[in-house]
Design a protein around this ligand. Structure first.
Ligand code: NAD
Length: 296
């Protein structure tokens, strides 16, 4: 399938590489010429603008952009992708944005005769490179079924979450829980160690007891407990605290729109905001344990 790809950053570039590897002819665009050159070197064609991608043989356009304002800028307006595309051309936005913006852009696309799917991902840059991402997809069943083989070239789990916007709903709900659970594990580990327990022994007990969760048994925030976790390499790599802060902001904003209380989510957002303001936004999000113990 002839595919266009816009947004070749930390996530988009490896995803686009996997589409090329799967044999899809690819036209690419990014504001960064270096990012475009990386894909052209691997066999993609460069486009001059997002709307330039919509021309010719392109059947599907995938976007992987930082946030909602970038997505709206690329899709909407007289010069946007929607206005410049022929009806029938399909869009998949893989950026993480709020569900309301996703539905707004999907509605504008539908009005112009363009199917649009929201398909945010989890799995990070490692999953993007390995082609093992999870896609949470909001779309009609027919559009989901048509997009599935393309998404399968970039991911392992492709989940239909319901109509437009529901992929983003799944993403913000999951990541809000992840932020809360990481803070909970950090607090419990710090308490146990302050009361005299060995961190590894405590993690072992938690991980065979009712407190167990992904943040405790796969990504434990206490240094030295898990060899492969960011906590054991100075909180480098992994999922940045500023990205967690962004996702918690999306969750609390989306909650506000439907007057749904997210008390712990809002608290988690404030903790990550304070952590970021202290200059730690680039550290992995498990570094939040530093707010509880000085030695980490
Ligand atoms: P990034 O900042 O590395 O890449 C974004 C790219 O979009 C950049 O190359 C930028 O030049 C390009 N861009 C911005 N505006 C543009 C425009 N108008 N036209 C064309 N290109 C434009 O971001 P990323 O880490 O790749 O993340 C992308 C999305 O994926 C975000 O929504 C993020 O929340 C989400 N996400 C990231 C991770 C992660 O671990 N990095 C994990 C899951 C989801």
């Amino acid at each position: 399938m002839h595919i266009g790809f816009i947004g070749l950053g930390n996530m988009g570039a490896p995803m686009a590489h996997n589409l090329l590897k799967a044999g899809h002819p690819l036209r690419v665009f990014d504001l960064s010429p270096e990012a475009v050159a990386g894909l052209v070197g691997a066999g993609a064609q460069a486009a001059d603008s997002p709307s330039d991608i919509a021309h010719g043989d392109t059947e599907l356009i995938i976007t992987m952009l930082p946030a909602a304002p970038h997505v709206k800028k690329v899709y909407l307006g007289a010069d946007g992708l929607i206005a410049r595309s022929r009806p029938g051309l399909t869009f998949i936005d893989c950026s993480t944005i709020d569900p309301h913006s996703a539905r707004e852009v999907a509605a504008a696309a539908a009005e112009h005769g363009n199917p649009m799917l929201d398909a945010p991902v989890s799995g990070g840059t490692g999953g993007a490179a390995a082609g093992t991402l999870t896609f949470m997809v909001g779309a009609s069943v027919a559009d989901f079924d048509r997009a599935r083989p393309v998404l399968a070239a970039m991911g392992k789990n492709i989940v239909h979450c319901g109509d437009a916007g529901n992929g983003q709903v799944a993403k913000v709900a999951n990541n809000m829980l992840l932020g809360i659970s990481m803070i909970g594990v950090a607090e419990a580990m710090a308490l146990g160690v302050a009361l005299g327990m060995d961190a590894k022994t405590l993690a072992g007990v938690i991980n065979t007891s009712s407190g167990r969760c992904w943040s405790s048994d796969t990504y434990n925030p206490f240094p030295g407990v898990m060899e492969n976790a960011p906590a054991s390499r100075g909180y480098s790599g992994g999922f940045g605290s500023d990205l967690m802060l962004k996702d918690l902001g999306l969750a609390t904003e989306a909650a506000k729109q439907v007057r749904q209380p997210v008390i712990l989510g809002a608290l988690a957002q404030q903790l990550y905001q304070s952590f970021s303001a202290q200059g730690h936004g680039a550290l992995d999000f498990s570094a939040i344990i530093g707010q509880y113990c000085k030695d980490t």
